[in-house]
Ligand binder design. Structure first.
Ligand code: NAD
Length: 367
């Protein structure tokens, strides 16, 4: 297995292979950049078919986190980790503690958070052996009340505000009333996004491969349910991918009738060239890492550490940021401004929105 010549290796600062024989842990932690701050990113647990697949995923995701933090204006770098294993069968307290130890050995250069296959409860177990996990606190909900460390509400709000900005840009409409939106995947983010859109008067089409989620969303949101493969060709203004990566590709893009693609899923473009393909088809694409940054903004503000800005060495213990709620709301409300600036620049320069976002992020990562 190659690392330095791997197609997804882009000068990542550090790639750590972690093994704990006693618990069965096999994991990879990838730190893409700590130029802007410590590398914060989720801990994914997935039964990868091969070590190669796990490496590809972690390298790609870690780089995406650097770009996401840079565009969100956060003092964070980009990193990600993957645990190789089935989260339904192989996850044990011993394995989680061993993962915590592996994270702890990096001394705060990498900070883990929840991701596919890991939950707040798992992070709490890891926090027995490391200080460097976040997203574990009960905190004030965006709509009042209390919620767990789940970042999905903030992500959904950011995507909703981004869709509003994209509709304004592409369709010249200030309101979402009557705008038709197709949501692919109505899980934690998609369902909440659907609620915002429904309340704003949008008409919804939804799909999900998991029947209970589909039924719930269709009922709650008065949405029309379609088969997963039919979602791309719906006669709508907005297509919102909120399930999987690589859904914008040679097969799906020609099917799209939507004028706008804007959703929460990570790595929506199968390849970079698909950003240009969307542009040539006159489709306005909201770069995924710009519009889905709400969750990252939320976990960052949930617990702020005091960093030595030169070396990122932790100077204090975790301090609960009591104003985190306001900071999160402010940060999430900046997402549509950032997106609008990217959409305008892309139109002016006749470049894909993804290319414009990438170049802004790369400037900040170099600067
Ligand atoms: P989730 O697992 O709660 O929801 C995903 C939904 O998609 C599920 O209901 C699942 O059944 C459905 N799905 C899976 N495959 C599908 C398919 N082929 N067709 C239709 N539906 C399918 O996940 P989530 O937390 O809502 O995240 C959704 C996406 O947004 C993911 O790509 C995630 O990486 C990304 N994201 C999430 C957050 C967050 O805060 N949760 C932040 C940034 C990015």
């Amino acid at each position: 297995m190659s690392v330095f010549s791997h197609s997804e290796f882009h000068d990542h600062e550090q790639v750590v292979f972690c093994r704990d024989a006693a618990s069965g842990l096999r994991a990879i932690i990838a730190i893409h950049s700590t130029h802007l701050g410590p590398a914060l990113g989720g801990i994914r647990m997935y039964p990868y078919a091969s070590d190669e697949d796990a490496l590809t995923d972690v390298l790609r995701l870690a780089r995406g986190m650097s770009y996401k933090a840079a565009l969100a204006g956060l003092p964070l770098g980009g990193g990600k980790s993957v645990i190789i294993g089935d989260p339904h069968r192989a996850k044990t307290p011993a394995l989680l503690r061993a993962m915590g130890e592996a994270i702890e050995r990096l001394g705060g250069r990498y900070i883990g958070a929840e991701d596919s296959g890991t939950a707040v409860a798992d992070l709490k177990v890891m926090s027995e052996t490391t200080d460097h996990v976040c997203g574990t606190l009960d905190k004030e909900g965006l709509d009042g009340g209390t919620r767990s460390g789940d970042p999905s509400p903030a992500t959904a709000l950011g995507v909703f505000l981004g869709i509003r900005a994209a509709v304004q840009h592409a369709l010249g409409r200030d309101e979402l009333h009557g705008v038709r939106v197709a949501i692919q995947g109505v899980g934690n983010v998609g369902r909440r996004l659907g609620r915002y859109l429904h309340d704003a008067g949008a008409e919804l089409v939804v799909c999900d491969s998991w029947g209970p989620n589909l039924d719930r969303a269709a009922t709650e949101l008065n949405a029309r349910a379609v088969e997963p493969e039919a979602i791309y060709a719906q006669d709508v203004e907005v297509f919102a991918p909120c399930a999987l990566g690589a859904v914008l590709n040679d097969v799906t893009i020609p099917q799209l009738k939507a004028r706008i693609v804007a959703g929460s899923a990570n790595n929506q473009l199968a390849e970079a060239r698909h950003g240009e393909l969307l542009r040539r088809r006159g489709i306005v694409y909201a770069p995924d890492y710009v519009i889905n940054a709400g969750g990252l903004i939320d976990v960052f503000h949930e617990r702020e550490r005091v960093f030595d800005t030169d070396s990122y060495i932790i100077m204090d213990e975790f301090t609960l940021n009591t104003s985190s709620h306001d900071s999160t709301i402010d940060g999430v409300h900046r997402i549509p401004q950032t997106l609008s600036a990217i959409l305008e620049q892309a139109e002016r320069e006749q470049r894909s929105t993804q290319a414009v976002a990438d170049s802004i992020a790369e400037d900040r990562l170099r600067g």
